[in-house]
Structures are given as structure tokens and as C-alpha cells.
Design a protein around this ligand. Structure first.
Ligand SMILES: Nc1ncnc2c1ncn2[C@@H]1O[C@H](COP(=O)(O)OP(=O)(O)OP(=O)(O)O)[C@@H](O)[C@H]1O
Length: 232
């Protein structure tokens, strides 16, 4: 349902990712693995049209994805960039309401759903987002992405700088939304345990290219690859 085809892109004249193709099928959770700087975030930016393609394209449900980040969001592509982007001077519920309204959804309903999905945000509902802890902001960023009612969700290093208890909670939420709402997920990560707990399949990137495609069982069995990905 979501495909990146022969993606080549980068910044200015510098090519960072080369000829990258990957697919996330309906209802799948897929991990994008690789060490620091291999181009995972750049691929996410290519997928969301935040950087223009040098070559290649993106397909959603077999159709070319629209050529603007906003239209891609409206066509069902949710995205949580690295660094947990939230509006710091808006409250938690304003953050969620704005994301929903901008994409043509009922803000009140989106806020109710988000607070049901993410109970940890309830006591913080009227607090400014900028005052939340890093982990809470990451959960809010996820709630904002879900408020656009995506069918595919791209997550860029959601566990970075987040405490273990919140990481566990996040994994539970992602498994639930994938199972109950059929939202497909592509998650770029360095946290292997987190990935192995939610994703059944993975692509491994190296120097801007896809080095291999693997699945959870093969990855669990391949200690050498695990060490390599963890950089130890
Ligand atoms: N805005 C930018 N302008 C120029 N170069 C960039 C920009 N963002 C990233 N790069 C370069 O692109 C390369 C790949 O970075 P990218 O962030 O895509 O990798 P990554 O696999 O997501 O790594 P990380 O886990 O550190 O985010 C790096 O060499 C980085 O310096």
C-alpha cells in the first residue's frame, strides 16, 4: 500500500540516499534500521516530500503520492519527524486539535480519541506542550500524527531520548493501533529491542542504500548483524 521506488535524494547537490526501494504492505509494521548517518531520516523526508526527489517516486495504494507534504498528509501519510515536533506554546489538546483541523477532521473527536489512546496525556491536557518531558512530547507528537487519521505512519527514531517505561508504553500503543485500526507503520530506529517488539520485517540501510531486507526471526538469530547495528 506504501512504496518508495528507486529513491535518490539529498540536500542541494549532495546525494545522500541512492536508488532506495522499499514497501510497507497494508497492516504491516516494518523497521528501517542502520547506524547513525546512513540516511534513514533523509529517506523519511523523501517519503514525505520534505526534500524533492532527484530520482524515484512514492506510491500510496498504487497511485503516485501527491507532490506536497500537506497533500501527502491528507492522502493518509502520517509522519513523526526525529526530534518530536510539537508546538511548544500550545496546550496538549490544542496541538492535537490543530493537526486534526488542518487535515479536515473533527478536532473535538480527535482530542477525545487521543486522550483515550494516550491516558498519560490526560492530566497534561491543558498544559503547554513545551513544558512536557521529552517522552511526553514524543507521545504527543505521535498523537498529533494519529489525529490526521493516517493509513500509514512514518516514525523517525521515536525512542530517542525517551525513558524505558515510556518506550514500553509507546510499543504497546503502536501494536494496538496497528492491530485495531490497521494502520501500517514504518519506523526508523536504532533501538533494536523496540523494533523487534513491534516490527515483523526490516530493511537495513548502509551508506544511503538498502543493504538487505530481513525479518524478525532472522534478525533475532543474527547476533553479528545485531552487534553491527548497535555499533558495539
Ligand atoms: N539538512 C541537511 N543538510 C545537509 N546534510 C544533511 C541534512 N540532514 C542530514 N544530512 C546529512 O545526510 C547524511 C544522512 O543523515 P540522516 O539524518 O538521513 O541519517 P540517519 O540514518 O537518519 O542518522 P541519524 O540516526 O543520525 O538521524 C548525514 O551525512 C548528514 O550529515
Amino acid at each position: 500500500m506504501f512504496k518508495v521506488v528507486n529513491a535518490t535524494g539529498g540536500y542541494g547537490k549532495t546525494t545522500i540516499i541512492r536508488n532506495v526501494s522499499l514497501e510497507v504492505k497494508s497492516g504491516e509494521v516494518v523497521a528501517l534500521l542502520g547506524r547513525n548517518g546512513v540516511g534513514k531520516s533523509t529517506l523519511m523526508r523523501f517519503a514525505t516530500n520534505l526534500i524533492p526527489p532527484m530520482e524515484g517516486h512514492v506510491e500510496i495504494d498504487g497511485n503516485p503520492a501527491p507532490n506536497s507534504p500537506a497533500k501527502r498528509a491528507k492522502s493518509g501519510l502520517g509522519y513523526v519527524p526525529q526530534g518530536r515536533f510539537v508546538f511548544p506554546r500550545m496546550t496538549v489538546i490544542e496541538n492535537i486539535a490543530v493537526a486534526a483541523a488542518t487535515n479536515g477532521h473533527d478536532p473535538k473527536k480527535a482530542v477525545e480519541e487521543a486522550l483515550a489512546d494516550f491516558p498519560m496525556l490526560r492530566p497534561k491536557a491543558h498544559d503547554l506542550a513545551g513544558g512536557l518531558s521529552g517522552g511526553q512530547q514524543q507521545v504527543l507528537a505521535l498523537a498529533r500524527a494519529l489525529a490526521i487519521m493516517p493509513r500509514i505512519l512514518l516514525l523517525d527514531e521515536p525512542t530517542e531520548g525517551v525513558q524505558p517505561s515510556i518506550i514500553d508504553e509507546m510499543a504497546g500503543i503502536l501494536k494496538r493501533i496497528n492491530r485495531d485500526r490497521g494502520i501500517a507503520i514504518l519506523v526508523a530506529e536504532q533501538n533494536l529491542d523496540f523494533c523487534l517488539s513491534i516490527a515483523e520485517r526490516a530493511y537495513v540501510m548502509e551508506k544511503g542504500e538498502i543493504r538487505m531486507e530481513t525479518d524478525r526471526d532472522a534478525l533475532l538469530a543474527d547476533k553479528e548483524l545485531q552487534q553491527e547495528l548497535l555499533g558495539v
